[in-house]
Design a protein around this ligand. Structure first.
Ligand code: PMT
Length: 400
């Protein structure tokens, strides 16, 4: 199925000779399953008839800001809201200037002001008009407002000159639109997410260790959800009975020190770090070479503090988006907020833990907390929860 299936695309056309190519763009988008509506400026209708575009899209073409019929239903607002994406092709120097100036003097510029949809612009004009500092300044202004410009291409122009000013071809613009929707569906495409999961084991002697009840289920579910958002995922896992999710690169470790070493190595190339592992805070000061014999009634074990992996990673890589988990048996939010601050994190996921809660369970309940935000996610399956947590992580990461 095409990425454009049922996508609502508004095509804006302003008055340039390249408007004839836009009919082909509309045909390509419709062939890929998109719902297309067209809005034309007064000048555009002199280059290509609304009837052509109406026949191609099966929808009436919008041209007038003050069309009494459309206005009864707030036509400009309705179209601005309807669109999942707006592409203006061709965009003349005049239209670019009006959008840059925030004008709302016709239907198309009004829609551009009233929309929250991604706005894409394919300029087309004479090469001298394109090079003019006024046009360049206007384009810079649009880019600063997250409006994306595509082209123009170099080549022979309708006016007989040669240079930059040709509108991109219909096929190129269709591919750009497809890529935009694909990246919306995969907001972590091209990003690397590093995740620690499971327990660590701290050896006492060759056959005994200190560990905890972590099953790795939460961390593995997070890894799977990150993969589904398009990320390259590396999972550094303590000993668990789970298979690595498909497409996820896994490094198996045993102790906190091994997890620390491997995580710091992998963090160099990561964009997001999520620490779901239940790392043992302490390890035996001395590991016996042979199995310890039962000689006394009492036996004490000296323990040393383990390195804090999350703390060390977030301090060594301040640009990395670092997410911690907080496992608490009391004062969940207060302790989690303390860890968020102390460990210099971008976000913390706090879960109440206890007997039959959090550790080694199929379900979990969490509070997702970041500077200026807090979302409570009620108890649900860890797989479902991971999808929601990763959606919040990717949104905050992309907003940062
Ligand atoms: O594995 P499951 O059975 O599915 O259970 C999931 C879970 C309950 C283990 C998980 O949801 C969870 O809460 N993981 C974090 C457990 C923990 O150790 O929390 P903490 O509050 O002690 O540590 C805070 C953060 O620092 C955690 O992100 C932890 O990974 C990290 N940390 C802690 C100590 C240490 N030496 N290095 C660390 O990186």
């Amino acid at each position: 199925m095409s990425d454009l299936n049922n996508k609502q695309i508004l095509i804006g056309i302003s008055g340039g000779i390249a408007a004839y190519k836009t009919a082909e763009l509309v045909r390509l988008l419709i062939k890929k399953g998109a719902n297309v509506r067209v809005c034309m400026t007064k000048a555009a209708v002199k280059f290509i008839t609304p009837l052509t575009l109406q026949a191609l899209t099966g929808n009436p073409v919008a041209t007038d800001l003050l069309d009494p019929e459309a206005e009864a239903a707030m036509g400009h607002i309705e179209l601005a809201r309807w669109a999942d994406l707006i592409m203006i092709a061709p965009a003349t120097a005049d239209l670019i200037a009006r959008i840059a100036g925030g004008h709302a003097d016709d239907l198309l510029t009004t829609i551009c002001l009233a929309t929250e949809a991604p706005l894409h612009i394919a300029p087309a004009m004479n090469r001298v008009m394109w090079d003019n500092p006024a046009t360049q300044e206007n384009c810079k202004n649009l880019q600063q407002r997250n409006i994306t410009l595509h082209g123009p291409a170099n080549g022979e122009q309708a006016c007989g000159e040669t240079g930059a000013g040709r509108m991109l071809e219909a096929l190129e613009l269709a591919k750009i639109i497809e890529a935009e929707f694909a990246s919306q569906a995969k907001p972590l495409a091209g990003k690397t997410v590093l995740i620690t999961a499971g327990p660590t084991r701290e050896a006492i002697d060759p056959v005994r260790f200190i560990s905890n009840r972590s099953s790795g289920k939460m961390g593995y579910a997070i890894a799977k959800a990150a993969k589904e958002l398009g990320a390259n995922v590396t999972l550094i896992s303590g000993p668990v009975a789970l298979e690595a999710p498909e497409g996820v690169h896994r490094e198996l470790v045993e102790s906190a020190k091994e997890m620390h070493r491997e995580t710091l190595k992998q963090a160099k190339s990561a964009d997001i770090f999520i620490a779901t592992a239940a790392v043992s805070d302490y390890s035996p000061a001395n590991v016996a070479n042979q199995k310890i014999k039962k000689t006394e009634d009492k036996f004490s074990l000296a323990l040393n503090y383990n390195p804090d992996i999350l703390f060390d990673v977030s301090h060594a890589f301040p640009d990395l988006f670092s997410v911690g988990f907080a496992a608490e048996t009391e004062d969940l939010i207060k302790h989690a907020q303390g860890k968020l601050k102390r460990k210099k994190l971008d976000m913390i996921v706090a879960n109440p833990v206890g007997k039959d809660q959090g550790f080694d369970q199929d379900t979990n309940q969490v509070e997702v907390i970041w500077q200026g935000g807090h979302i409570s996610l009620p108890e649900k399956d860890k797989a479902e929860l991971a999808v929601e947590i990763m959606s919040i992580v990717s949104q905050q990461f992309n907003d940062k």
